[in-house]
Design a protein around this ligand. Sequence first.
Ligand code: NAD
Length: 245
Amino acid sequence: MSAVVVTGAAGGIGRAVVADLVARGFSVAAIDRARPEAVESAIPLVADVTDEAALGAAVAEARDRLGPLAGAVSVAGVFHVASARETSIDDLLDLVRINAGGVLALARATMPHLIEAGGGSFVAVTSNAATIPREGMAAYGASKAAANALVRTLGLEASAHGIRCNIVAPGSTDTAMQRDFRAVTGAGRDDVVAGDAAAFRLGIPLGRIADPADVAHVVGFLVSDEARHVTLQTLTVDGGAGLGA
Ligand SMILES: NC(=O)c1ccc[n+]([C@@H]2O[C@H](COP(=O)([O-])OP(=O)(O)OC[C@H]3O[C@@H](n4cnc5c(N)ncnc54)[C@H](O)[C@@H]3O)[C@@H](O)[C@H]2O)c1
């Protein structure tokens, strides 16, 4: 059975990614700074993605217990609502450290194993806010844009080893992060779907907030061999909120 490591595996999208990969027949190392729940064919491991030693040890344990790695999925991330003018350099760097640094750290920890295995798939879950300006998401969008740039360069460099690197960019997805966003901004579920012209925020053409599984299935596809000729791509899963731009 091929093994895949997933960070952010205790969160809404991360749990769904673990479930999708298990359903596809992968064994999974579920990594998070909060203890992920134990599910069949997945081992829970605790590590902070900004602690390279701890993350490296977790990935090495996954390799020892599960066998050669076929893939790695970076889902861990944090959110922060503040206008650009209210964002300090420290606020920006805090988000970049986790949302982009965590992607880089997972790549650095897993690439030697994927090279050893003769190839594999690396997927980073970033955000459609990396490419679409959103009021209140200055540092968040910047951190996700940095993650996108890292993954594309990584993919270019890793392709000689048969390693594919792709980005999944969700829009509004029904998780704790999305519910926190609505609590902070006072927006209701229907408001998110309808959009807000005053904030230049389009609604969601497909008329619903995504379930975590909607994002996870796309991640699972990119990890799988069905996507064996797909690399350096971004698959946006936002119900059309960004009009495909
Ligand atoms: N929910 C949305 O609407 C939405 C939209 C676009 C992008 N995203 C992105 O999807 C990813 C998953 O988000 P979610 O909605 O499942 O949120 P979530 O808050 O449910 O899960 C995030 C998980 O990341 C973990 N995490 C955070 N910092 C970490 C660190 N330093 N080390 C290890 N683990 C850490 C948390 O413990 C948590 O389990 C995030 O990268 C997020 O930015 C979410």
